[in-house]
Design a protein around this ligand. Structure first.
Ligand code: NAP
Length: 268
């Protein structure tokens, strides 16, 4: 394996996720931080901003400025949906492999960006979830649903989350639906005496969303069978939990061409 360091640019370097990415890069001696971007952070040292050592990398206000002054191999973006598509395109056109954690891409945009990556002969990844534990939870749930097709999902998030159910629970439900035989669960005569009591309906089964202060991100997938239940549960406690996945992605993206959607597709 090559001993060359991978040069990483971090976009959204002042954000909660971006600062974790900066720390992760600084803690891995096979990676080198070469650029950092945040529109309103000012010209501060990216390492100091993340609560670590001085790096000599000054946060740039724009991606163009940052890429012009650094030889980046990989760009990691945790910003806002309005900026992520443009950042990804700029990155690919500059020959820099994008690793994107920001959500909100349309299927058409993903196809276009995949073609651009292939034209340039570089890899890229858009991953709505970088948590290795959450991806495993989804895979295990899909596997279990073949043998125990009666299932419900309960997901827990902080009370300020806007969307319900969570993207992860919908993705889990999709994978379960692909893996199990079609089945409409429960009593066909069931009636709700309080609206919403049975949760959201998805392809024959239910998803329940709990929203409480103090909760970060958790999900339980519960299977019921004759005389038994099986629970598959994943708990996220903070943003650092996404970083092992981002670290794997930064290294893996150096080895293929084209844009991959979904972290699960780069897990061996
Ligand atoms: P945050 O703390 O609000 O940080 C947002 C960052 O984006 C800041 O650095 C901000 O810089 C920057 N930014 C804002 N507008 C920008 C623009 N037009 N161009 C470039 N940068 C811009 O948010 P966060 O909690 O870190 O989350 C960031 C994103 O990651 C969100 O979309 C979130 O949904 C996603 N996320 C993904 C995963 C995953 O596993 N894929 C996990 C967690 C979060 P300024 O402060 O200078 O404006």
């Amino acid at each position: 394996m090559s001993t060359e360091k991978i040069n990483v640019a971090v976009v959204g370097a002042s954000g909660r996720m971006g600062r974790e990415v900066v720390k992760m890069v600084l803690e891995d001696e096979t990676l080198r931080l070469v650029a950092a971007v945040a529109p309103s952070a000012g010209p501060v040292d990216a390492g100091i901003f993340a609560g670590r050592r001085e790096t000599g990398v000054t946060v740039s206000a724009t991606l163009e400025e940052a890429l012009a002054s650094a030889q980046a191999d990989v760009l990691v973006d945790f910003t806002v949906p309005q900026a992520a598509y443009g950042n990804t395109k700029t990155s690919i056109l500059s020959g820099v492999r994008p690793i994107i954690g920001t959500t909100g891409f349309t299927p058409e945009q993903i196809v276009e960006l995949d073609e651009l990556c292939k034209e340039r002969g570089i890899g890229g990844l858009i991953a709505p979830n970088f948590s290795i534990g959450a991806i495993l939870m989804m895979k295990f749930a899909a596997q279990a649903s073949k043998y125990m097709p009666h299932v419900e999902i309960i997901e827990y998030h902080g009370d300020q989350k806007l969307d319900a159910p969570s993207g992860t629970s919908i993705k889990t439900a999709e994978l379960i639906s692909q893996a199990r035989q079609e089945l409409r669960q429960g009593n066909p005569k069931e009636e709700e005496t309080i609206e919403g009591a049975r949760g959201g309906y998805y392809n024959g089964f239910r998803i329940h969303s709990v929203r409480l202060p103090g909760v970060f991100a958790q999900q339980e997938v519960i299977f019921g069978g004759h005389g038994q239940t099986l629970k598959i549960r994943h708990d996220s406690y903070d943003r650092a939990g996404y970083m092992p996945g981002v670290n794997v992605a930064v290294k893996k993206v150096m080895t293929y061409s084209g844009l991959i959607y979904g972290f699960e597709h780069i897990m061996d």
